[in-house]
Design a protein around this ligand. Sequence first.
Ligand code: 0O2
Length: 267
Amino acid sequence: MEIQLWREILDPYSLAVDELVVKFSHIIEEYRNVGAYSPIELVTGRVKTISSILEKSQKKNISLDDIEEAIDDIAGIRIICQFVQDIYKVVDIIRLRSDMTIKSEKDYIEDRKMSGYRSYHITVYYDVETLKGTRKLQVEIQIRTLAMNFWATIEHSLQYKYKQNMPEHIRERLTSAAEAILILDREMSVVRDEIMDAQNSFTIKANIVADILTNIQNLYKVANKQDVIKIQDEFFRIYQVGDTDELEKFNKDLDLLSQRYRAQSLR
Ligand code: 0O2
């Protein structure tokens, strides 16, 4: 196949990856904007390289005419979560979406691979708009924890280096590392509520501080400068004490003050 033709084939996949990275990243933002814990920590995406497509088609005896149907991970999205429970929450989110249709699912967490690999895979059909019209593409979404991702990344590099000839002592190390990762994920799941509480408090406080700063910035435009400086000093005092309830009360008072100034300016 000509290089130019490869480009034409892969181009819509690149669009699908870009769109889906934006969409999944926006889910993180939606959670954080309401001060809630996001089950998605990080999203990345990639289009399989031509050499990797050729390697897979050779390995699986797929003719070049069939690659788009037979290779379902030309477009790949990777969703990284903090906890195993989050993975299943993300799966539920995907199941409810109307912009993608699930073709197949593989739960390598319940049913881990011989290699020790753990991850949840969903292959979806996703439409992209191109100059030639709508294209329905397959996209593979891999959902895994940070710990699973750490192991898979290292193991993938070693697989690439050694192909079928991985030395036994390295294979053994990887197997015991996979076991350690499994235990790590379990331990973290037990303290998930505590960690989520801590992270939620952090996000809530960050949102309140951002609101207060916007309020103070707006007051500079309408109020006496000396008064705003006093408000600012009071904010720094409360911020140093670090009490979120007090910050929230201070923010509400600032809202009222801003409303009063707005009413005055309308008179
Ligand atoms: P890439 O792009 O280099 O990651 P199979 O026939 O079952 O072996 P299939 O049908 O492609 O493979 O599906 P599967 O098993 O769901 O694997 C798809 C992808 O999952 C792989 O892509 C890897 O990214 C990941 N994966 C699966 N098994 C392992 C594993 O043992 N170790 C690691 N590190 N990753 C794994 P590719 O094709 O390898 O390509």
